[in-house]
Design a protein around this ligand. Structure first.
Ligand code: 3IX
Length: 165
């Protein structure tokens, strides 16, 4: 294992030497292409992202399918509850973006109905349900085999931090 670790560390050092400076990398991550490349849920450049692929639907909601492996394990054979919260927080955020009014998460309420299985297709959904001034209410769920494992209700407040340029 030590030899393998040394080789991986050498690769990491090599990549570090050739990577752009951190502030430039931040700019690149936010440069567009219609997706965020860096986020820990859908980001293709983020090693901890499963990644979940979300699609916007004609009815205004978003949906994606993903199967999660061992790094996301909590209870034996099942998804860690914080990971489910991560997927839903982000999916509700993307649902807001898709609906045209987005904001920052102020409250996220989760109900864990049944354990969420690892290694099985999960459907993750989000839908904006109301906008009242700056307050945005959004719901979503993770389902497996047609049964709801986790449902979410979020309050988002319209506010946008400046993107790096
Ligand atoms: C499907 C294909 C789509 C393609 C997608 C393509 C591209 C994607 C592009 C972008 C990606 C899109 C989405 C990405 C998704 C991101 C998801 C992640 C979201 C997050 O992970 S984000 C980080 C976690 N989040 C925070 O880090 C927030 C920290 N926090 C604050 O920054 C402030 O706290 C803030 C801003 C929340 C409010 O602050 P503030 O000063 O602006 O507003 P203020 O306090 O005045 O509140 C105004 C009114 O909201 C009420 N209110 C406020 N907070 C409340 C609470 N908690 N509960 C109940 N009511 C609350 C007040 O009571 C008042 O109500 P009233 O007006 O009636 O008095």
């Amino acid at each position: 294992m030590k030899e393998v670790a040394d080789r991986l560390n050498a690769v990491a050092d090599h990549l570090d030497e050739h990577a752009p400076a951190m502030d430039q990398r931040m700019v690149d991550m936010w440069s567009g292409e219609g997706i965020t490349r860096h986020d820990p849920v859908t980001g293709p450049e983020n090693a901890i992202a499963p990644p979940l692929h979300l699609t916007g639907k004609d009815d205004g909601s978003v949906e994606g399918e993903v199967a999660l492996g061992l790094p996301y394990q909590g209870p034996p054979g099942h998804v860690h509850g914080g990971i489910s919260a991560l997927l839903l927080d982000h999916t509700l955020g993307v649902a807001n973006h898709w609906a045209g009014q987005s904001g920052m998460t102020a409250e996220l309420t989760l109900r864990y109905h049944r354990p969420t299985p690892l290694f099985e297709p999960l459907t993750v959904t989000g839908e904006q349900v109301a906008v009242d001034g700056r307050k945005i209410r959004t719901t979503g769920a993770i389902t497996a085999r047609g049964e709801v494992c986790v449902s979410a209700e979020g309050l988002f407040i319209a506010k946008h931090l400046p993107r790096p340029r």
